[in-house]
Design a protein around this ligand. Structure first.
Ligand code: CA
Length: 702
């Protein structure tokens, strides 16, 4: 026994010396290593750390007792100040992460030193082809390569050592449509899996698998049927086609895009994907108001070798509220009624927390985790939601809860096997929706048409404040067995960060108001928080290098919420500033001061347009400019707030609207706006600057 032990420790010592002497090849990760990730908890080798995407780290050097001593170890400023949504991958002391415009960074995980940067040079005009900012949710690594899906739809493999391109493929089915890629690839059994987004722009959803070594396409799984005049591509499309009516969706795309979540169970050999909303939102235009429309808003189980369909569960049949089921999927083995069950958990936009049997897709339980009005409950016998008549906007304008931004969006949740709790970044939101009587037009490249009108946000600051108060954020520690919260933490604003769970009895989360926070996992007590300068939406990660544990937050305000709902997000009062922020115990680094919001208004021009003209100008502004610069010219702090335009900016105005800043993402409107229209829109901007001046004077500002 003693001898065996001695030999064992001797050989271990030899191994350790060898490991220290020969540096490992960069990103030398394969399936066996990811499956055994718990054996090397210092690394974070795939998107959700493990294939089950629990985002729970066994590291416990930082714990509930000492987390208060966390300080800034290092920070790296990213190249573009826009939304940051990436989960960094950390392997053997190197961090691979992404910023806006799909730019990839390789950093020394101990110091933050830049090892290399790869910019896929996505053309600036592509900004208008996506709904929700030029975000990217991170890379995957495999056998010495780093993989990124670029915003313009390429899948690019990079040499992990140099950042040089090994291969690049075009993942887009139809370049005449507005497809974008923002999701992180996953790699299963040597195949790189990547989906895309674009359902608001009229696309057909699918996911594709490529050989990790060569980039050769292995399979493609469509999520909605193609033209019913042609034979269905596979058995899944045969099943799906029966749930659609007419053929209108062919020109509207159908939707069902796989823009974010995936998980993999190696034992069952099942790949799980989450699918998005219908295109258009309006079920009448899409499918004559009939049918469930598979596989919209669904979780679908596939064979990773072939893409063959195995089972599906549809969360929102006949979706008409943008209730995607692309939200984070977590696999876990938990005891239900005393028996261990292999479950799949998801809390999609529609506000229900689902627990499924992941062997067969059968619903085990579902319960709403925030107040909702679109359905009363999910019928466990049929697995279907019992939809409320109050939200069918085909019969007239309706108030729908949650809104199209969801009770939970892409921000990942995490699961702690010890507490048995899921840490869910939830939110409350409301939308008014009204069907178009006739389709205005079929959506086309860079132009959204949902078949639905979202009623105007009034200019009145009091009404705006009232609507804003209905939008809140909440961190919920959800017990998936009891289907009830164990504890909650309230935030004044929605769109807070994804979560990280650790064996140190900790939950980490970034906030929309620019902080990094740690809570006790069992009680929810707040134990630590630190300023990070900008909204932190991405889920943090933790890793170990040289015996020291680090926690990294990817920081950068942006994405769908501040863009689409500008004035509503303004309550957070943060500026977009993109950086990697890494903490460790006892560190004393200091962040530079945060970027300042515009201070004071410049000299204002005169408003010369009549009240009637200004009304038209407002409609034009909200239609052409509002989705980036904020409805009613109140920006959500990512894109410039035009009310603060200086005399110099006014001089450049016509040129900027006519394409001079195309490379920065500002579209060229010269073909759709006449010079007099541009002037009218400018008049509205100036009018809103005067409104702001009045409000500031009233509030005692200047
Ligand atoms: Ca959508």
């Amino acid at each position: 026994m003693t001898l065996t032990r001695t030999i064992l420790s001797l050989s271990l010592a030899t191994l350790c010396t060898a490991a220290a002497a020969t540096p490992k090849a960069p990103a030398d990760v394969d399936g066996a290593r990811i499956r055994a990730a718990d054996q090397e908890p210092g690394n974070w080798m795939s998107h959700g750390r493990t294939y089950d995407e629990q985002r729970h780290s066994p590291l416990a050097r930082i714990d509930a007792g000492n987390v208060g001593r966390l300080g800034l170890a290092w920070t790296v400023k990213l190249d573009v100040d826009r939304g940051v949504e990436a989960t960094p991958i950390v392997v053997d002391g190197v961090m691979y992460t992404t910023g806006a415009w799909s730019i990839v960074y390789a950093l020394d995980a101990r110091t933050g030193k830049r090892l290399w940067t790869f910019d896929p040079k996505v053309p600036g005009e592509n900004l208008g082809q996506g709904c929700c900012d030029t975000v990217n949710r991170g890379v995957a690594v495999w056998k010495g390569k780093v993989y990124v899906g670029s915003f313009d739809g390429r899948l690019i493999a990079l040499d992990a050592k140099t950042g040089k391109v090994a291969w690049s493929v075009d993942t887009i089915l139809d370049r005449k449509k507005s497809y974008t890629v923002t999701g992180a690839p996953r790699i299963v059994k040597g195949k790189v899996l990547i989906g895309n987004g674009g359902a608001e722009f009229g696309v057909r959803g699918y996911i594709t698998a490529y050989d990790a070594e060569t980039g050769k396409q292995a399979w493609r799984f469509y999520t909605v049927p193609g033209d019913p005049a042609l034979p269905p591509e596979d058995k899944a499309m045969e099943i799906a086609l029966k749930t659609w009516s007419g053929n209108n969706w062919v020109k509207w795309g159908g939707g069902g895009t796989v823009w974010d979540s995936m998980a993999y169970d190696p034992e069952l050999d099942l790949l799980y994907i989450g699918t998005g909303n219908g295109s258009p939102w309006n079920h009448q235009f899409r499918s004559e108001g009939k049918g469930d429309n598979l596989f919209l808003s669904s979780i679908v189980a596939l064979r990773p070798d072939t893409g063959e369909y195995v089972w599906h569960y549809q969360t929102t049949p006949s979706d008409m509220w943008d209730y995607t089921a692309t939200q984070h999927i977590v696999l876990a083995d938990i005891a239900i009624d005393g028996a261990p069950r292999k479950v799949l958990m998801q809390a999609p936009k529609n506000g229900f927390f689902y627990v499924l049997d992941r062997t067969n897709g059968k619903l085990l339980s579902a319960k709403n985790f925030v107040p909702i009005n679109w359905a009363t409950h999910v019928d466990l016998a049929t697995g279907r939601p019992v939809v409320s008549a109050d939200v069918n906007y085909l019969t007239g304008p309706k108030v729908v809860i949650p809104s199209f931004l969801g009770a939970h969006n892409w921000q990942p949740m995490s699961f702690n096997p010890k507490t048995g709790l899921v840490y869910l970044p939830a939110q409350e939101s409301v939308a008014g929706l009204e069907a178009q009587k006739q389709p205005l037009f079929i959506p086309h490249k860079s132009v959204v048409n949902l078949g639905v009108e979202v009623p105007d946000l009034p200019e009145d600051p009091k009404v705006e404040a009232e609507i804003r108060s209905a939008w809140k954020g909440r961190l919920i520690a959800w017990d998936p067995v009891k289907q009830a919260p164990a504890w909650t933490q309230e935030y004044t604003a929605p769109w807070n960060g994804g979560t990280l769970s650790t064996a140190g009895n900790l939950v980490f989360q970034g906030t929309a108001d620019g902080r990094a926070v740690a809570y006790a996992a069992d009680t929810g007590k707040k134990l630590w928080d630190a300023r990070v300068n900008s909204g932190a939406m991405a889920a943090p990660v933790t890793y170990e290098v040289g015996g020291e544990q680090y926690v990294t937050f990817m920081v950068g305000w942006g994405g769908a919420f501040p863009g689409v709902a500008g004035p509503l997000s303004h309550s957070t009062r943060v500026q977009a500033e993109a950086r990697v922020v890494t903490f460790k115990l006892g560190a004393r680094g200091k962040l530079p001061p945060p970027k300042q919001a515009p201070q004071g208004l410049p000299p204002l021009r005169e408003v010369t347009a009549s009240a009637d003209q200004l009304k038209t100008a407002r409609t034009m502004f909200n239609g052409f400019c509002g989705s980036c610069h904020g409805l009613n010219a109140v920006s959500g702090s990512v894109y410039p707030d035009l009310r603060y335009m200086t005399p110099k900016k006014h001089e450049q105005y016509v040129a900027v609207v006519s394409g001079s800043r195309l490379n920065r993402g500002m579209p060229n409107f010269a073909s759709v706006l006449k010079p007099e229209d541009m002037e009218l829109i400018r008049q509205y901007i100036v009018k809103r600057a005067h409104d702001l001046k009045g409000q500031l004077a009233q509030a005692g500002g200047k």
